[in-house]
Structures are given as structure tokens and as C-alpha cells.
Design a protein around this ligand. Structure first.
Ligand SMILES: [Cu+2]
Length: 642
């Protein structure tokens, strides 16, 4: 008889006050049994808008192994996802990882859905991880265990849905396992605040005493293996202010921060770039604001345009007072928002559907919908679009169709569709609209796509499109060995936001799995610099540095800090001397200096996603700023590409 002690954090808390419930599961044959596991038939997950168990396992087969998103089942079990009342929007249930060659794999749907279930029968033993392609931190894992073998079967080799296949003993396989325990359990998120984590260490709690069967039939202890590879109680950096100040303020969506007067998570906060203090928090309890994801502002910089990614609402509030101005139904999973510089109209990507919605200035009403795919094609499900300096060109990364759409905004016509890598998620455009960049989440690549004449740089000259590796296949940088693990910290894995600097010199990308910031030089379209980021590195946007140049502000989902990156300290256009110059804590506690409409109850400072520095300093937008903002900028900042 073997006794497993499985630690389960029932609420997010600081390391000093960690609330732990010990659940003893009694089992035989070295695997989770004892009434909760090894269900034959069906194992159920439900989609939620909550933090951590986005795909929450319910009922027989679920194992409370420090996560609520894991099941252990017998071969032949159906895995079922149900999207119902626990979520306000659509989702997909897509195989991200599965045993090499497994029957029924890959598994996906033609489009995201709500109010219903989808299921798939898992026959081959091994590890399966499912993801939502709309919200790709939603994870559900199922281990199909052969009762005849020792240890829980992870399988010989696992395949990512894009075809990359590695042994379960490999560094990449255990990196992904580690990420599963990080992402699905908020108690494992990174606390960079010395007030609540005085030791400034970080630990991921894996279940103890769980033998797993990996490549070659080896049976190893899960926790011991992960801790031997990646450490336990590892030191993490604390806060420090940049020596230089910025201009204006920096808004950050804390998508996971919970407050007392609403059931859905998420706040938007403002950091004053002249003193690096958090000054405002907007939770909007009167509308139960649900997972605020990304922001933009109007020409006058007076309002904040706010998407609710797990809902159907687009919201506008006053930037100074935080007062709600508009809350309008736009469609499923509104993700990113930008304005059109020539009209000041507002464009919101409808990530769960098939279009970009165009609203009147101020976001008061819907004026038009721009289709992101041709009639009859599967919905593109566009995530983070970008728009040009003249308001005429829009590009979308289409998370459902592995391509990118270029639109002519005045006519609304699709001009071009270009294949990308797997699960394209974000885009950034050159200030002269000569080319744009799309981050491919699953492939860990960036696709450069020319707009018009070939503008993507390669050794042999300019080309129409180019795939830039940030993880695999590079030399020096992006030269990760997925088996042995070398080169991970000098690569980017699972890239997300990827804006081009306002002067067009470089592209800064936040990579969520590797927790790194990668920088591409647009003169060569090659990776030239990699810097460390925080857990769940996600959002990037550029703001003005006082006296000239730019800061890139970088947010992280599974951490409570905002990184201030100086991408080009000597402002010579070469980002190879980029450095992290500040780290701001976004958890404010009961700080009375913060103007707020609700009290934080959990996940303080966590869930950093959209970043919006005010004033907007991108080419096209910067020229239209009111004088009160323009006068704070240098002539070079006011005309970023002379
Ligand atoms: Cu989703």
C-alpha cells in the first residue's frame, strides 16, 4: 500500500501565508486510485472564466494533484468538455500534446463553441494536453494509464499538434509538464513583491510520491525529476525603479486580479511613469468586468478602450476618473483594440468569431464589421491585429486557420491571405507599413510578411515572407536543444505580443513558456538579443522615455511585476545593447494612494496581459496627439521616421 500526499492550494496566497489542504489518497499499484481516479466511461471538464482551472475537471477520474485540471483514466475513456453557464463566451477543445501516433489525434473543431459539449475517446496510453485556441492558457490534461504497467504512463514520445515530437524523457516534455502545474494552479504564480515574499524565492508545488513511466519504460518520480531539472525555491528578482523616468502613464490589464464586489476576475491599473507608482485601479464591479485583456485610447487620450476577453462586451471608461462610459455587445471573446488614425474609429478583434468590429469614435455604437476570411471558409478567430500609420492597412493573426489576413480598411476588402505557423496570435507593423510580423504560438516562430514589395530581409536580399525562428533551428540564439535542454534561456518559446518599435528599428516579443524577451533587428530580420522575463511573459508595448528614445513595458500573466526594458539605451538603432532597467510591482494591497473602485481579494497584481502606455507614440498616432502631450516629447519622438 502506498500513500500519496497531494498538496492543493485552495486559494491564492503569499508564500508566507500559504493556505494548504492535505488530501491523502490511498492507492495500490503505484497510481492514483481510491475512488476518484481510473474512471472508465467519461471524464468531464467544464470551461470557466476563473483563474487557474479554466478547464475544470469534475467528477470521476479527476485527481486533485495541486491542480484542478488533471484526470487519470483507463484506456477507452471519453474526455468531454462542456461549455455552459460557468463561462460567458466560446472556447475550443483542441489537442495540444498527445502520445505520438495516438488514435483520434489531433482533435479539434471547425470553430469555437458555447452551450454544448465535445468529446473524444482516448485509447492509447500516455499524456494528453488540451488547449483552447482562443484563450491558449486554458489547459486540461489527461493521463491514460495502462493498468498493466508500473507508474502512470506518460508514453514513449509526445507530439505537439504542429508535429514536433520528442521523447517524454526530453527537456521539452518536462518543460511543458512544469508549465501545466504553473499555469493551472494560481498558488504557483511568481510573487516578486518583497512585502509578501521576503525571501524572493519561487516554487512550483508538484504532487509528491507520484511515479511516472517515461521513455524506455523508465519509472521516475515526477516531483523529484522536475525539481532536479528546474530547481525548487529558486531566487527571483525584486523590484527597482528605472534611473530615468518615462512620459505619461502605463496601463496594464491585470486579467487575474480579483476584487470583492464582482464574481469575474480582472482589473486595469495605471502606473505613473514619472514616479513609477501605481495610481489607479479600475475593476468596474457594476458590470462585473470579465477578464479585461487589452486596451487602447482615443486621439485625445481621454478614455480607455477595454476588451473583456471571456465575454462579449467592449467597454469604455474615463482614463482620469475610471468612470464607466460604455459597455457594448460586440461578439464572442473581444480580444484586442486599436484606433484608426484618420477617423479615430475603434477596431476590436472578435477572437471567438470571424471579424473585426468597427465602432464610432468613443466606442458608442457599431458601424461596420470587417470579415477576416472569405465566404465559406472557417472563421479566422483573429486575436491581436495591428493597423497602419495612415489608417488604411489592417493585419490579423488568425488563431483558428493558421494564416494572416491583410485588409484594406476603407473598403473593408481582404487584400491578401498569407499562411503562417501554428496558432498565430499577435502582430506588429513597421511604421511605414512596409512589412509586418506575426507571432506563431505553438511553432515558436515569427513570420515576417511584406506589404507590397518584398521587404523581409534575408541573406540573399529582400523576400516576400520569412519565418524567423525564436526557439529551434537558429545559431547561437534560438538554438534550443529540446532533448538535452541547452539554449532554452537564449530562445523564445510560445511567443505572444510582438510590436515593432515606433522608429521601426526592432521587434520586441514576449515569450510565455521560456519567460524570455526576444528582440529581432528589422534591418536583418534576425534574432539579436534575448533577455529574461517573468513567468507567463505576455504583453509588450512602447512608451516614450523622457528626453528621447523609448521604453518597452513588458507584462507577465503568472507574475505580479511589470518589466521596464530599455531596448536601445544609446538610441543608435541597434538593440543588441538592450537591458532591463526597472521592475515595478503591480500588487498594491490596501494602498490608499491608489484611486480604486473595488478592493482586491485575490491574485493581487497577477495576470498582466494588455499594456498601454499613454501617450500613444506610434507613427501616425503620435502626430495627432493634443499639444499637452506633444510638448512632453522630443522632435524625434514626434516624427519617429523622418
Ligand atoms: Cu477559450
Amino acid at each position: 500500500m502506498i500513500r500519496f500526499n497531494v498538496f492543493r492550494n485552495i486559494r491564492w496566497a503569499t508564500a508566507a501565508s500559504l493556505a494548504i489542504v492535505t488530501i491523502a489518497l490511498v492507492g495500490t499499484n503505484q497510481r492514483w486510485v481510491g475512488g476518484v481516479a481510473h474512471a472508465a466511461g467519461v471524464v468531464n471538464f467544464i470551461a470557466t472564466d476563473d483563474v487557474g482551472p479554466w478547464f475544470q475537471c469534475v467528477g470521476a477520474g479527476c485527481v486533485p494533484a495541486g491542480t484542478e485540471s488533471l484526470a487519470v483514466v483507463q484506456p477507452g475513456t471519453d474526455v468531454r468538455i462542456t461549455v455552459g453557464n460557468e463561462s460567458n463566451t466560446v472556447h475550443t477543445f483542441t489537442s495540444l500534446l498527445f502520445p505520438k501516433g495516438a488514435q483520434q489525434m489531433p482533435f479539434d473543431q471547425p470553430s469555437a463553441f458555447r452551450n454544448g459539449s465535445r468529446s473524444v475517446t482516448l485509447t492509447d496510453p500516455g499524456l494528453y494536453v488540451f488547449v483552447c485556441k482562443v484563450h491558449p492558457f486554458m489547459l486540461a490534461a489527461t493521463i491514460v494509464d495502462d493498468p498493466a504497467t508500473a507508474g502512470l504512463d506518460l508514453g514513449e514520445n509526445v507530439s505537439l499538434v504542429n508535429g514536433v515530437t520528442v521523447p517524454t524523457s526530453s527537456d521539452l516534455a518536462t518543460r511543458l509538464l512544469r508549465a501545466f502545474w504553473l499555469i493551472t494552479s494560481p498558488g504557483n504564480y511568481q510573487d516578486h513583491n518583497p512585502a509578501t515574499n521576503p525571501a524572493l524565492t519561487w516554487n512550483i508545488n508538484y504532487p509528491a510520491g507520484v511515479p511516472v513511466r517515461i521513455t524506455g519504460g523508465a519509472v521516475v518520480d515526477l516531483k523529484a525529476t522536475l525539481e532536479a531539472r528546474y530547481g525548487a525555491n529558486v531566487p527571483i528578482p525584486g523590484p527597482f525603479n528605472p534611473a530615468q523616468t518615462g512620459v505619461g502613464e502605463v496601463w496594464v490589464d491585470l486579467q487575474y486580479e480579483k476584487t470583492s464586489h464582482k464574481s469575474k476576475p480582472g482589473t486595469a491599473i495605471a502606473v505613473d511613469a514619472t514616479n513609477w507608482k501605481v495610481t489607479k485601479r479600475v475593476a468596474l464591479p457594476e458590470i462585473n468586468m470579465n477578464n479585461p485583456h487589452n486596451m487602447w485610447t482615443d486621439r485625445d487620450q481621454k478614455v480607455i478602450y477595454q476588451t473583456q476577453w471571456f465575454d462579449t462586451k467592449f467597454t469604455v471608461f474615463d482614463r482620469t476618473t475610471g468612470k464607466l462610459l460604455e459597455n457594448i455587445d460586440v461578439g464572442e471573446s473581444p480580444a484586442h483594440v486599436m484606433t484608426r488614425v484618420d477617423t479615430d474609429q475603434v477596431h476590436v478583434s472578435i477572437n471567438g468569431e470571424d471579424n473585426i468590429v468597427e465602432l464610432s469614435p468613443g466606442g458608442k455604437h457599431i458601424e461596420r464589421r470587417l470579415a477576416t476570411q472569405y465566404v465559406g471558409d472557417n472563421p479566422a478567430q483573429p486575436h491581436a491585429h495591428w493597423m497602419s500609420h495612415d489608417g488604411h492597412v489592417m493585419v490579423t493573426p488568425n488563431s483558428n486557420t493558421n494564416d494572416s489576413t491583410r485588409l484594406d480598411i476603407p473598403s473593408g476588402d481582404i487584400v491578401e491571405k498569407t499562411p503562417t505557423g501554428f496558432l498565430p496570435i499577435a502582430s506588429g507593423m513597421m511604421p511605414d507599413a512596409s512589412k509586418y510580423y506575426v507571432s506563431n504560438y505553438v511553432d515558436s516562430t515569427i513570420t515576417c510578411i511584406s506589404i507590397g514589395a518584398p521587404a523581409c530581409q534575408s541573406a540573399g536580399g529582400a523576400v516576400a515572407t520569412k519565418t524567423i525562428p525564436v526557439l529551434l533551428g537558429g545559431s547561437g540564439l534560438a538554438n534550443y536543444d529540446p532533448i538535452g535542454g541547452s539554449g532554452f534561456s537564449t530562445s523564445g518559446a510560445l511567443p505572444i505580443q510582438t510590436p515593432v518599435s515606433p522608429n521601426g528599428k526592432y521587434v520586441v516579443t514576449a515569450n510565455t513558456l521560456s519567460a524570455t524577451i526576444t528582440i529581432i533587428d528589422t534591418a536583418t530580420d534576425t534574432l539579436v538579443k534575448v533577455l529574461p522575463c517573468s513567468a507567463g511573459c505576455h504583453g509588450v508595448n512602447f512608451g516614450a522615455k523622457k528626453g528621447g528614445g523609448y521604453f518597452a513595458y513588458v507584462s507577465s500573466k503568472f507574475a505580479n511585476d511589470l518589466i521596464v526594458l530599455d531596448p536601445d539605451p544609446n538610441d543608435n538603432g541597434d538593440p543588441s545593447d538592450a537591458q532591463i532597467v526597472g521592475r515595478i510591482i503591480l500588487a498594491t494591497g490596501d494602498n490608499n494612494d491608489v484611486q480604486s473602485d473595488d478592493q482586491v481579494t485575490a491574485h493581487a497584481g497577477m495576470g498582466g496581459q494588455g499594456v498601454l502606455p499613454i501617450p500613444v507614440v506610434y507613427n501616425g498616432w503620435v502626430q495627432k496627439l493634443p499639444n499637452q502631450w506633444k510638448k512632453l516629447l522630443t522632435s524625434k519622438q514626434k516624427n519617429p521616421i523622418p
